[in-house]
Write a protein that binds this ligand. Structure first.
Ligand code: 1HE
Length: 269
Protein backbone atom coordinates (compact mmCIF):
# COMPACT_ATOMS: atom_id res chain seq x y z
CA UNK A 1 0.00 0.00 0.00
CA UNK A 2 1.19 3.51 -0.78
CA UNK A 3 2.70 4.86 2.45
CA UNK A 4 0.73 8.09 2.17
CA UNK A 5 -2.62 6.33 2.51
CA UNK A 6 -1.42 3.68 4.94
CA UNK A 7 -2.93 4.53 8.35
CA UNK A 8 0.08 2.88 10.02
CA UNK A 9 2.27 5.69 8.63
CA UNK A 10 0.83 8.14 11.15
CA UNK A 11 0.95 8.47 14.93
CA UNK A 12 -0.89 11.75 15.44
CA UNK A 13 -3.35 11.44 12.60
CA UNK A 14 -5.99 8.78 12.13
CA UNK A 15 -6.72 7.94 8.52
CA UNK A 16 -9.91 6.12 7.52
CA UNK A 17 -10.63 5.11 3.96
CA UNK A 18 -14.15 5.32 2.59
CA UNK A 19 -15.35 4.08 -0.81
CA UNK A 20 -14.60 6.20 -3.86
CA UNK A 21 -11.18 7.50 -2.84
CA UNK A 22 -12.56 9.46 0.13
CA UNK A 23 -10.53 9.68 3.31
CA UNK A 24 -11.34 10.94 6.77
CA UNK A 25 -8.21 12.48 8.32
CA UNK A 26 -8.55 13.05 12.05
CA UNK A 27 -6.08 15.00 14.15
CA UNK A 28 -5.82 12.47 16.93
CA UNK A 29 -4.51 14.06 20.12
CA UNK A 30 -7.79 14.46 22.02
CA UNK A 31 -6.08 14.56 25.43
CA UNK A 32 -4.30 17.71 24.17
CA UNK A 33 -7.42 19.00 22.42
CA UNK A 34 -5.63 18.17 19.14
CA UNK A 35 -3.01 20.87 19.71
CA UNK A 36 -0.53 20.96 16.85
CA UNK A 37 2.94 19.82 17.87
CA UNK A 38 5.90 19.53 15.51
CA UNK A 39 5.26 15.84 14.84
CA UNK A 40 1.63 16.40 13.80
CA UNK A 41 2.61 19.16 11.37
CA UNK A 42 5.19 16.83 9.78
CA UNK A 43 2.50 14.15 9.35
CA UNK A 44 0.15 16.68 7.72
CA UNK A 45 2.94 17.61 5.30
CA UNK A 46 3.52 13.93 4.47
CA UNK A 47 -0.15 13.19 3.84
CA UNK A 48 -1.01 16.28 1.82
CA UNK A 49 2.23 16.17 -0.21
CA UNK A 50 1.32 12.76 -1.61
CA UNK A 51 -2.48 12.63 -1.43
CA UNK A 52 -3.21 13.49 -5.07
CA UNK A 53 -0.63 11.06 -6.46
CA UNK A 54 -1.99 8.35 -4.14
CA UNK A 55 -5.41 8.74 -5.77
CA UNK A 56 -7.18 10.55 -2.93
CA UNK A 57 -10.35 12.14 -4.38
CA UNK A 58 -11.43 14.18 -1.35
CA UNK A 59 -10.51 14.52 2.32
CA UNK A 60 -12.72 15.19 5.31
CA UNK A 61 -10.53 16.77 7.99
CA UNK A 62 -11.64 16.65 11.60
CA UNK A 63 -10.40 16.31 15.17
CA UNK A 64 -10.82 13.54 17.77
CA UNK A 65 -13.00 14.29 20.78
CA UNK A 66 -15.13 17.36 21.38
CA UNK A 67 -12.81 19.95 19.83
CA UNK A 68 -11.47 20.41 16.32
CA UNK A 69 -8.09 21.88 17.29
CA UNK A 70 -6.65 24.03 20.10
CA UNK A 71 -3.90 25.50 17.91
CA UNK A 72 -0.20 25.59 18.60
CA UNK A 73 0.97 23.08 21.22
CA UNK A 74 1.65 25.74 23.83
CA UNK A 75 3.21 23.27 26.27
CA UNK A 76 5.69 21.96 23.69
CA UNK A 77 6.47 25.58 22.74
CA UNK A 78 6.93 26.63 26.36
CA UNK A 79 9.12 23.65 27.24
CA UNK A 80 11.30 24.02 24.12
CA UNK A 81 12.01 27.68 24.98
CA UNK A 82 12.70 28.23 21.28
CA UNK A 83 15.02 30.77 19.69
CA UNK A 84 13.56 33.17 17.08
CA UNK A 85 15.34 31.15 14.40
CA UNK A 86 13.82 27.89 15.69
CA UNK A 87 10.30 29.25 15.83
CA UNK A 88 10.55 30.88 12.42
CA UNK A 89 11.36 27.42 11.07
CA UNK A 90 8.50 25.85 13.02
CA UNK A 91 6.17 28.35 11.34
CA UNK A 92 7.68 27.64 7.93
CA UNK A 93 6.77 23.95 8.39
CA UNK A 94 3.19 25.00 9.26
CA UNK A 95 3.13 26.99 6.03
CA UNK A 96 4.47 23.98 4.15
CA UNK A 97 1.59 21.88 5.50
CA UNK A 98 -1.15 24.45 4.98
CA UNK A 99 0.07 25.46 1.52
CA UNK A 100 0.12 21.79 0.51
CA UNK A 101 -3.51 21.68 1.64
CA UNK A 102 -4.72 24.87 -0.03
CA UNK A 103 -2.77 24.45 -3.27
CA UNK A 104 -2.58 20.65 -3.47
CA UNK A 105 -5.60 20.24 -5.73
CA UNK A 106 -7.46 17.67 -3.58
CA UNK A 107 -10.72 19.00 -2.09
CA UNK A 108 -10.54 19.23 1.71
CA UNK A 109 -13.74 19.58 3.69
CA UNK A 110 -13.21 20.51 7.34
CA UNK A 111 -15.75 19.09 9.79
CA UNK A 112 -15.59 21.52 12.70
CA UNK A 113 -16.74 21.16 16.29
CA UNK A 114 -15.92 22.76 19.63
CA UNK A 115 -12.83 24.95 19.70
CA UNK A 116 -11.39 26.05 16.37
CA UNK A 117 -8.87 28.43 17.85
CA UNK A 118 -5.51 29.98 17.09
CA UNK A 119 -3.56 27.58 14.90
CA UNK A 120 -6.70 25.42 14.82
CA UNK A 121 -8.44 28.15 12.87
CA UNK A 122 -5.35 28.43 10.67
CA UNK A 123 -5.60 24.69 9.98
CA UNK A 124 -9.33 24.97 9.22
CA UNK A 125 -8.74 27.95 6.95
CA UNK A 126 -6.43 25.88 4.73
CA UNK A 127 -9.40 23.61 3.88
CA UNK A 128 -11.59 24.44 0.88
CA UNK A 129 -14.95 24.01 2.58
CA UNK A 130 -15.70 24.42 6.29
CA UNK A 131 -18.73 22.83 7.93
CA UNK A 132 -19.52 23.78 11.54
CA UNK A 133 -22.04 22.48 14.05
CA UNK A 134 -23.75 24.11 17.00
CA UNK A 135 -20.80 23.43 19.33
CA UNK A 136 -18.25 25.11 17.06
CA UNK A 137 -16.61 28.39 18.03
CA UNK A 138 -13.80 30.38 16.47
CA UNK A 139 -11.19 32.56 18.16
CA UNK A 140 -7.63 33.83 17.83
CA UNK A 141 -6.37 33.87 21.44
CA UNK A 142 -2.80 34.76 20.46
CA UNK A 143 -3.12 38.30 21.81
CA UNK A 144 -4.04 36.98 25.26
CA UNK A 145 -1.21 34.42 25.21
CA UNK A 146 1.46 37.03 24.51
CA UNK A 147 2.22 35.67 21.06
CA UNK A 148 1.23 36.27 17.43
CA UNK A 149 -0.27 34.22 14.64
CA UNK A 150 2.30 32.19 12.71
CA UNK A 151 0.33 29.71 10.63
CA UNK A 152 -1.24 31.97 8.03
CA UNK A 153 -4.12 33.66 9.89
CA UNK A 154 -2.92 37.04 8.64
CA UNK A 155 -3.49 35.71 5.14
CA UNK A 156 -6.36 33.20 5.20
CA UNK A 157 -8.47 34.45 8.11
CA UNK A 158 -8.15 37.99 6.72
CA UNK A 159 -9.24 36.60 3.39
CA UNK A 160 -12.30 34.94 4.93
CA UNK A 161 -13.58 37.75 7.14
CA UNK A 162 -11.57 40.86 6.22
CA UNK A 163 -8.43 42.34 7.71
CA UNK A 164 -10.05 44.46 10.41
CA UNK A 165 -12.27 41.69 11.75
CA UNK A 166 -9.19 39.46 11.93
CA UNK A 167 -7.30 42.21 13.78
CA UNK A 168 -10.21 42.58 16.21
CA UNK A 169 -10.23 38.80 16.84
CA UNK A 170 -6.52 38.78 17.76
CA UNK A 171 -6.56 42.04 19.71
CA UNK A 172 -9.62 41.25 21.82
CA UNK A 173 -9.90 37.46 21.74
CA UNK A 174 -13.45 37.85 20.42
CA UNK A 175 -15.30 34.57 19.88
CA UNK A 176 -17.59 33.93 16.90
CA UNK A 177 -20.10 31.09 16.75
CA UNK A 178 -23.45 30.08 15.24
CA UNK A 179 -25.01 31.66 12.18
CA UNK A 180 -22.94 34.82 12.67
CA UNK A 181 -19.78 32.80 11.94
CA UNK A 182 -21.31 31.60 8.66
CA UNK A 183 -22.51 35.08 7.75
CA UNK A 184 -18.97 36.40 8.24
CA UNK A 185 -17.40 33.63 6.15
CA UNK A 186 -15.65 31.53 8.81
CA UNK A 187 -17.64 28.52 7.64
CA UNK A 188 -19.80 27.91 4.57
CA UNK A 189 -22.26 25.49 6.26
CA UNK A 190 -23.76 25.15 9.72
CA UNK A 191 -25.43 21.92 10.78
CA UNK A 192 -28.23 22.42 13.25
CA UNK A 193 -28.98 19.47 15.50
CA UNK A 194 -26.60 17.14 13.67
CA UNK A 195 -22.98 16.34 13.16
CA UNK A 196 -20.65 18.37 10.98
CA UNK A 197 -18.85 15.14 10.09
CA UNK A 198 -21.92 13.62 8.46
CA UNK A 199 -22.58 16.74 6.38
CA UNK A 200 -18.90 17.06 5.48
CA UNK A 201 -18.95 13.45 4.25
CA UNK A 202 -22.00 14.15 2.09
CA UNK A 203 -20.24 17.15 0.59
CA UNK A 204 -17.05 15.13 0.03
CA UNK A 205 -19.02 12.39 -1.73
CA UNK A 206 -20.58 14.98 -3.98
CA UNK A 207 -17.37 16.81 -4.91
CA UNK A 208 -15.57 13.51 -5.52
CA UNK A 209 -17.98 12.97 -8.44
CA UNK A 210 -16.23 15.81 -10.28
CA UNK A 211 -13.34 14.91 -12.54
CA UNK A 212 -10.02 14.98 -10.60
CA UNK A 213 -8.46 17.50 -13.00
CA UNK A 214 -11.45 19.80 -12.58
CA UNK A 215 -11.10 19.55 -8.80
CA UNK A 216 -7.38 20.20 -9.13
CA UNK A 217 -8.15 23.47 -10.91
CA UNK A 218 -10.80 24.46 -8.35
CA UNK A 219 -8.66 23.52 -5.34
CA UNK A 220 -5.32 24.85 -6.59
CA UNK A 221 -5.73 27.28 -9.47
CA UNK A 222 -8.32 29.50 -7.77
CA UNK A 223 -5.89 30.18 -4.91
CA UNK A 224 -2.97 30.77 -7.25
CA UNK A 225 -5.05 33.06 -9.47
CA UNK A 226 -6.13 35.07 -6.45
CA UNK A 227 -2.48 35.85 -5.72
CA UNK A 228 -1.99 37.44 -9.15
CA UNK A 229 -2.88 40.77 -10.69
CA UNK A 230 -6.26 40.66 -12.45
CA UNK A 231 -4.51 40.93 -15.80
CA UNK A 232 -2.21 37.97 -15.14
CA UNK A 233 -4.98 35.99 -13.45
CA UNK A 234 -7.20 36.38 -16.52
CA UNK A 235 -4.40 35.07 -18.71
CA UNK A 236 -3.57 32.18 -16.37
CA UNK A 237 -7.26 31.30 -15.98
CA UNK A 238 -7.50 30.96 -19.74
CA UNK A 239 -4.48 28.65 -19.74
CA UNK A 240 -5.94 26.48 -16.97
CA UNK A 241 -9.31 26.35 -18.75
CA UNK A 242 -7.51 25.39 -21.94
CA UNK A 243 -6.16 22.31 -20.18
CA UNK A 244 -9.17 21.40 -18.03
CA UNK A 245 -12.02 22.16 -20.41
CA UNK A 246 -10.57 20.03 -23.20
CA UNK A 247 -9.74 16.98 -21.07
CA UNK A 248 -10.92 13.80 -22.79
CA UNK A 249 -12.93 12.73 -19.73
CA UNK A 250 -15.06 15.86 -20.00
CA UNK A 251 -16.36 14.91 -23.46
CA UNK A 252 -18.67 12.25 -22.05
CA UNK A 253 -20.30 14.78 -19.73
CA UNK A 254 -20.63 17.37 -22.48
CA UNK A 255 -22.13 14.77 -24.79
CA UNK A 256 -24.67 13.83 -22.12
CA UNK A 257 -25.71 17.48 -21.93
CA UNK A 258 -25.98 17.69 -25.70
CA UNK A 259 -28.07 14.49 -25.75
CA UNK A 260 -30.31 15.84 -22.97
CA UNK A 261 -29.47 12.94 -20.65
CA UNK A 262 -27.54 15.10 -18.17
CA UNK A 263 -29.33 16.69 -15.22
CA UNK A 264 -30.35 20.33 -15.56
CA UNK A 265 -29.62 23.10 -13.08
CA UNK A 266 -32.84 23.82 -11.16
CA UNK A 267 -33.67 25.97 -8.14
CA UNK A 268 -33.77 24.23 -4.74
CA UNK A 269 -37.22 22.88 -4.09
C1 1HE B 1 -3.15 22.02 25.23
C2 1HE B 1 -3.62 23.03 24.38
C3 1HE B 1 -2.67 23.68 23.58
C4 1HE B 1 -5.30 22.28 25.48
N1 1HE B 1 -1.38 23.28 23.67
N2 1HE B 1 -1.88 21.65 25.27
N3 1HE B 1 -4.35 27.94 21.72
C5 1HE B 1 -5.04 28.36 22.79
O1 1HE B 1 -4.74 29.37 23.39
C6 1HE B 1 -6.16 27.46 23.25
C7 1HE B 1 -5.74 26.76 24.51
N4 1HE B 1 -6.70 25.75 24.94
C8 1HE B 1 -7.89 26.08 25.50
O2 1HE B 1 -8.31 27.22 25.58
C9 1HE B 1 -8.70 24.93 26.02
O3 1HE B 1 -7.82 23.85 26.31
C10 1HE B 1 -9.79 24.41 25.05
C11 1HE B 1 -10.90 25.46 24.94
C12 1HE B 1 -9.25 24.09 23.68
C13 1HE B 1 -10.40 23.10 25.62
O4 1HE B 1 -10.81 23.31 26.96
P1 1HE B 1 -11.02 22.07 27.92
O5 1HE B 1 -11.55 22.60 29.23
O6 1HE B 1 -11.80 21.01 27.23
O7 1HE B 1 -9.56 21.41 28.13
P2 1HE B 1 -8.34 21.85 29.08
O8 1HE B 1 -8.56 21.32 30.47
O9 1HE B 1 -8.03 23.30 28.97
O10 1HE B 1 -7.14 21.09 28.41
C14 1HE B 1 -7.10 19.65 28.39
C15 1HE B 1 -5.67 19.25 28.10
O11 1HE B 1 -5.31 19.70 26.81
C16 1HE B 1 -4.68 19.90 29.06
O12 1HE B 1 -3.61 19.00 29.22
P3 1HE B 1 -3.41 18.13 30.58
O13 1HE B 1 -2.19 17.33 30.29
O14 1HE B 1 -3.26 19.13 31.68
O15 1HE B 1 -4.67 17.31 30.68
C17 1HE B 1 -4.21 21.11 28.29
O16 1HE B 1 -2.94 21.55 28.70
C18 1HE B 1 -4.15 20.52 26.90
N5 1HE B 1 -4.22 21.57 25.90
N6 1HE B 1 -4.95 23.18 24.56
C19 1HE B 1 -1.02 22.29 24.49
N7 1HE B 1 -3.00 24.64 22.72
C20 1HE B 1 1.93 29.00 14.63
S1 1HE B 1 1.44 30.07 15.79
C21 1HE B 1 -0.13 29.59 16.30
C22 1HE B 1 -0.45 30.31 17.57
C23 1HE B 1 -1.59 29.66 18.32
O17 1HE B 1 -2.14 28.67 17.96
S2 1HE B 1 -2.00 30.45 19.76
C24 1HE B 1 -3.46 29.65 20.29
C25 1HE B 1 -3.14 28.53 21.23
Amino acid sequence: MDDVVNPASYENLELTERPGGLYILTVNRPSKRNALNVATIEELIRFFSGARQAGVRAVVLTGAGDHFCAGLDLIEHWKADRSPDDFMHVCLRWHEAFNKMEYGGVPIIAALKGAVVGGGLELASAAHIRVMDETTYFALPEGQRGIFTGGGATIRVSDMIGKYRMIDMVLTGRVYQGQEAVDLGLAQYIVEGGSSLETAMEIAEKVAQNLPLTNFAICSAVSHLNNMSNLDAAFAEAVVAGVVNTQPAARERLEAFANKTASRVRPNS
